[in-house]
Design a protein around this ligand. Structure first.
Ligand code: GUN
Length: 287
């Protein structure tokens, strides 16, 4: 039997609808209109698409969104001034600096400058620490989106072996941290470029999460029959979007799988809206 498709597009839509309803409620209760400020430096084509999608999603859900476009040659000092202005603006609840930044800029210093209570990407070390301790303010959007998909799809996590491929600060590490939390209770392994016999490790996974950024890295023989496969990859190959998993092969081995596009991608934006609403609630004192 072919694997069941986990429909990220549909799950994301239901999250966005929920955020839209709760946003209206917040506005009518408190007059606070959630506002996301996005910062785009330069004109990387993929980043342009992501930022446009985020703006559109905000508008559709009734949140305010503003885009601050800066020249590719913007200096570190100028970008820090903008972050400071947004930090001090009481009408801005969430700040998102689109990554990657041009190479001459120090991303870590920029992201650390965002006020933790406005850090809707949840990249600030304060938010990472809160998440690790199981008392999150915001959850990082992509891992939170994956958790939501597992939950809505009623996939059992307790006592199962989850293998995460990739150790990035944005996806791999926080993904593993969420899977191991009390209440989720998976046993977690993180694989990376120095892992010995990565195929053998992946084959022990009941839940396999690919976040490695290499097109079709996960081949059919790396998947345990009946495993749940979550593909976080979005790779452009000859104008086509492909994931980190060989989808056709995985369909014949896995029990359920997320497609690319239409899987994890839409969830990331939905969780960003959720975080922006949370940030506005903090300001409104109704969190
Ligand atoms: N670039 C790729 N993914 C992301 C993300 O989740 N947040 C930001 N700010 N930039 C990104």
């Amino acid at each position: 039997m072919p694997a069941q498709i986990i429909d990220g597009k549909a799950i994301a839509e239901s999250v966005r609808n929920q955020v839209a309803a709760e946003t209206q409620q917040l506005i009518s209760d408190t007059g606070v209109l959630p506002h996301l400020a996005a910062v785009l430096v330069g004109n990387d084509p993929a980043s342009e698409v992501y930022v446009r999608n985020k703006e559109r999603a905000c508008q559709k859900a009734g949140l305010k969104s503003t885009l601050h476009r800066l020249d590719a040659a913007t200096t570190q000092a100028d970008l820090l001034v903008l972050i400071d202005t947004l930090n001090l603006d009481a009408g801005v609840h969430g700040i998102l600096v689109q990554l990657p930044l041009p190479k001459h800029l120090d991303s870590t210093q920029i992201l650390d400058a965002i006020l933790p209570t406005k850090d809707v990407d949840a990249f600030h070390p304060e938010n990472t620490g809160l998440m690790l301790q199981g008392r999150p303010r915001f959850l990082p959007c992509t891992p939170a989106g994956v958790m939501k998909m597992l939950q809505v799809s009623k996939i059992q996590t307790a006592g199962r072996h989850a293998v995460v491929i990739g150790r990035s600060d944005i996806v791999g590490k926080p993904m593993a941290a969420l899977l191991v939390q009390k209440g989720v209770d998976a046993t977690v392994t993180i694989c990376h470029s120095r892992t010995t016999d990565i195929g053998a490790v992946c084959r022990t996974a009941d839940i396999l999460i690919a976040a490695v950024g290499i097109p079709e890295f996960v081949t059919g023989d790396m998947i345990k029959p009946g495993a749940v496969v979550i593909d976080v990859g979005i790779n452009r190959v000859n104008e086509r979007l492909v994931g980190d998993v060989d989808f056709t092969a995985a369909m014949t081995v896995a029990s359920s799988i997320t497609p690319v596009p239409g899987g994890v991608g839409p969830m990331t934006i939905a969780m960003l809206l959720q975080n922006t609403l949370t940030a506005a609630r903090i300001v409104a004192g109704v969190s």
